[in-house]
Write a protein that binds this ligand. Structure first.
Ligand code: MN
Length: 292
């Protein structure tokens, strides 16, 4: 197997606010002038690097808004996120937990800091990914997977190097908790200082990693600090990560969905006509109802 080389290390782009509760660096697609195809099936990645929100009685977040054609995946690292959607699903996730919402044919949802967290204030850190759906599944029924800590299976690395938490896909003998429409690997890797982990994915899978905490060395050569994103080439299967201090690394790798992308705001479809249809369906109430 050949080593997968690094295409670029992307430092965090200037942050912007999504609503008033998510202060995010947009790595995909704008962080490296990527188009939405470069990391397909991961078409968007916002990263709220650690940020202190002072106490408030009015939870911060983003109010009711629609999505169609893909999945939103939120991973909490610090703080708590509450989700409600028009399909009647809701949930709160805390540190190390995941919300995997399949918008598919259309949903309204709202995303806020959890009430008690808001009242106390505190450090907040999370990742939101948009995972595209293939054309045949874009109009399937919406669903919600709230993935709690105890549902996430772990692979213990040798030599007390750390653990790989398998959110989706597979690592060694461990399978992920999330069900996905196309092959997606989402691996939360916690390494002790000096600990090493190796990864292998098919060459055509688009692959990257985000350093959530600490610092690492990739393929024995490239030093990467916290809050940086590594985009890999599609020139090999294997890469290795070594923690130069205690580190958390989110590894993402997925089979490309090689279909046209037509995107407009919260809608990601295949054609412009499908986008116009999504707008009409939204405006005529076909996405259901959700209280503000
Ligand atoms: Mn949303």
């Amino acid at each position: 197997m050949k080593t997968r080389s690094i295409e670029v290390v992307v430092s965090p782009p200037n942050p912007h606010y999504v609503g008033d509760g998510f202060r995010v660096h947009n790595f995909i697609p704008s962080g490296y002038h990527l188009d939405m195809q470069r990391m397909t099936p991961f078409i968007m990645m916002d990263y709220n690097s650690p940020f202190y929100f002072p106490p408030t009685d009015k939870p911060r977040g983003v109010g009711v808004h629609p999505h169609r054609g893909f999945e939103t995946v939120t991973i909490a690292y610090k703080g708590k996120v509450a989700h409600h959607d028009s399909a009647g699903n809701s949930g709160v996730i805390g540190e190390g937990e995941v919300q995997w919402m399949t918008a598919a044919s259309g949903i309204l949802h709202k995303e806020f800091h959890e009430t008690e967290f808001s009242k106390a204030g505190g450090d907040f850190q999370m990742v939101q990914l948009w995972v595209n759906l293939p054309a045949k599944d874009k109009m399937s029924k919406p669903k919600y997977q709230g993935i709690t800590k105890d549902q996430i299976k772990k692979h213990q690395l040798a030599d007390n190097a750390g653990v790989v938490e398998v959110i989706a896909g597979q690592y060694k003998d461990v399978k992920g908790a999330a069900s996905t429409f196309t092959p997606v690997n989402l691996l939360n890797t916690r390494l002790n200082k000096g600990g090493k982990a190796s990864f292998s994915f098919p060459k055509n899978y688009n692959t990257g990693l985000l350093v959530i905490e600490g610092s690492i060395k990739v393929n024995d050569t490239e030093a990467v600090e916290a809050n940086n994103f590594v985009l890999f080439e599609n020139d090999g299967e294997d890469f290795a990560v070594e923690a130069t201090e205690n580190a958390i690394v989110l590894v993402l790798s997925g089979e490309p969905i090689n279909e046209p992308i037509a995107a407009h705001g919260p809608f990601v479809m295949n054609t412009r006509n499908e986008i116009l249809q999504a707008m009409e369906d939204y405006n005529t109430g076909k996405f259901g109802y959700l209280e503000e």
